[in-house]
Ligand binder design. Sequence first.
Ligand code: PLP
Length: 427
Amino acid sequence: MKHRAYLDHAATTPMLPAARSRWLQVSEFVGNPSSLHTAGRSVRQVVEEARESIAADLGSRPSAIIFTSGGTESDNLAVKGLFWQRQPRLETPARVLASSIEHHAVLDPVEWLASHEGAKVEWLGVDAQGRVSLDQVAEALRTGDVALCTVMWANNEVGTIEPVRRIAELCREAGVPFHTDAVQAVGQVPVNVAEVGAHAVTISSHKIGGPFGVGALILDPALTLTPILHGGGQERDIRSGTFDAAAIASFAVAVHHAVIEQPAHAAHVRELRDRLVSAILESVPGAILNGPAPASGVSPASGVSPASGASAASGASPATGEGPDADLRLPGNAHFSFPGCEGDALLMLLDAAGIDCSTGSACTAGIPEPSHVLLAMGVDEPTARASLRFSLGRSTTQDDVEAVVRALPAAVERAARAGKLTARARS
Ligand code: PLP
């Protein structure tokens, strides 16, 4: 088969050979990890070793790890579970603070709580780079009716790194549980749960080289929350369902590699990403880089979104984009708008040229929606629809980058021509 350039690692990334071997090895073990006999106990040991390993790698404690079916379940568990746990203790209706650029796995449960459970929602706005304002968080926390605050560690579309350490601090001062979705952060920036001080952290396996269908919510053991799945109560009665020992063991291997290889991985993808960004800004007239300008190497051309000083920061924490030299963007992310084009048309033209990338935003019933993330950043609707995300990973090579640089100018020209014809036909 002809070589394809896979540049959609934020959607999912190839499984690591070490994680696959571990999966295969454990899949041969017999025994339900909750059974009391020798077979069950030995599989249970595999689960508990994985728990210890993930906790050690991410600066947490084994008792904090709740295994789930992935990022979506962890986000739902954190948002709904914390809301239901806290609401009876607050004046009703309780409020939920959530950033306006969350993944749908957070956005939709928050909206569901508003429409079904009477939650009042305060959407935290972002600046032109996609950063949440600390002043707005502090202001929103002043009333005593906040059930939880949720702000993602790093955005999946534009790669913006959020000041989650400072937000966690503000929430702790206010006595409000803070949840962060770190699905895109693990492996790209240092993720240490204790250092950041979040009460609940979502992670997912298939984004870092582990198998699909497994993830975790890392929940401060001092907290509890109302379950969303009831049954055997396998995870501290907070989550039920028979452990998938092979997936969990393999996930632990993926986390370990993601954490120990993070500095080298970030340097690898950052170098390729910077080359990609520079080349696109040079060769595609009108291309706009969305999100923060990369801190390294890329000359801020006219096409780079303007920087904004709206996010205050105290102390330095490169993992959370704080400090004078901090990179505010995930090293593997490049996200552009090509005004005059439809993102979907571009995606299909690049697909035909052997390049896999993404528009980064969701479809509703097959109809492409302009990204809520870009709209929240102040991008207009036509420009938001004209967007593409390239996300780089372990397997990305210079050849992949060059393939995009070769194919993109012609694809943009064709998509822009098609866009003009459609506009003319409509008028
Ligand atoms: N959160 C973020 C930021 C994501 O990017 C994704 C996946 O795209 C999810 C949550 C959902 O994770 P999963 O695919 O493990 O359900």
